[in-house]
Design a protein around this ligand. Structure first.
Ligand code: AP5
Length: 217
């Protein structure tokens, strides 16, 4: 199974992708997470990426394509497949992905577009809390931790992602509309199966829709 999860910031790509990856026994690669790891490690790629991420702009295509190539060349993806979360985000990235897959004799089985109204996205992102220790994701509205600011899983401290401040969220949504949303139509015209899901309702409800769309073999 080779799957792309496409959707605006806060659509639930990470939340749903984690569950699907576990169920299918395949790795999930989120370009946002890979970039944040590079920032934490303070390597040159991370320093370059943070200039764009802090303001909600997209990191240059060549940087992201390099990261995805490395991920797809890992032995676990070659064996069983992969889920891409937050990539591709531009047409250049989509074409780059296609070329990369062709080079490796692979193809996409499905592209899933998670659709959520914009004001709900703003509510979700401004209410998100992330564990500094293990990366677990909470929502102050729908999935709050038992003790404020403390992770139920590992006891780590919860933080608000720097780019989840409302003004940055609005700018990420604008970038999404301009650069990424056109990919829904682009994939719709391609030979890859495109599944458009209403990603509203509870996490379980959305997951059920996702599973019935892509299954898991
Ligand atoms: P990235 O980290 O990819 O952020 P994003 O796409 O903006 O997506 P998010 O992680 O914010 O949201 P999500 O859809 O995963 O939602 P989640 O499941 O967490 O990118 C960050 C930055 O990195 C970009 O701005 C860019 O600078 C750079 N970047 C990354 N990839 C790039 C690329 N390919 N090219 C160039 N630059 C790139 O859920 C959100 C919240 O909602 C959580 O609190 C969750 O608990 C809650 N929630 C989830 N589902 C539901 C539900 N059904 N109901 C209620 N709440 C829910």
């Amino acid at each position: 199974m080779n799957i792309v999860l496409l959707g605006p910031p806060g659509a639930g790509k990470g939340t749903q992708g984690e569950r699907l990856a576990e169920r299918c026994g395949i790795p999930k690669y989120a370009t946002g997470d890979l970039l944040r790891d590079a920032i934490r490690l303070d390597i040159p790629l991370g320093r370059e990426a943070s200039r764009y991420m802090d303001s909600g702009e997209l990191v240059p295509d060549d940087v992201v394509l390099r990261l995805v190539r490395e991920a797809l060349e890992s032995p676990s993806s070659a064996r069983k497949g992969f889920i891409l979360d937050g990539f591709p985000r531009t047409q250049v990235q989509a074409v780059g992905l296609q070329a990369l897959l062709e080079e490796k004799g692979l193809e996409l089985d499905a592209v899933v577009f998670l659709d959520v109204p914009e004001e709900e996205l703003v509510r979700r992102l401004t209410g998100r809390r992330v564990c500094l220790g293990c990366g677990a994701v909470y929502s102050v509205r729908t999935n709050a931790p038992a003790a404020a600011d403390t992770c139920d899983e590992c006891g780590g401290r919860l933080e608000i992602r720097a780019d989840d401040r409302e003004e940055i969220v609005r700018s990420r949504l604008r970038v999404y509309r301009e650069s990424t949303q056109p990919l829904v139509e682009w994939y719709g015209r391609s030979s890859t199966s495109l599944h458009e899901l209403a990603a509203v309702g509870s996490v379980d409800e959305v997951y059920d829709r996702l599973l019935s769309a892509v299954g898991c073999s």
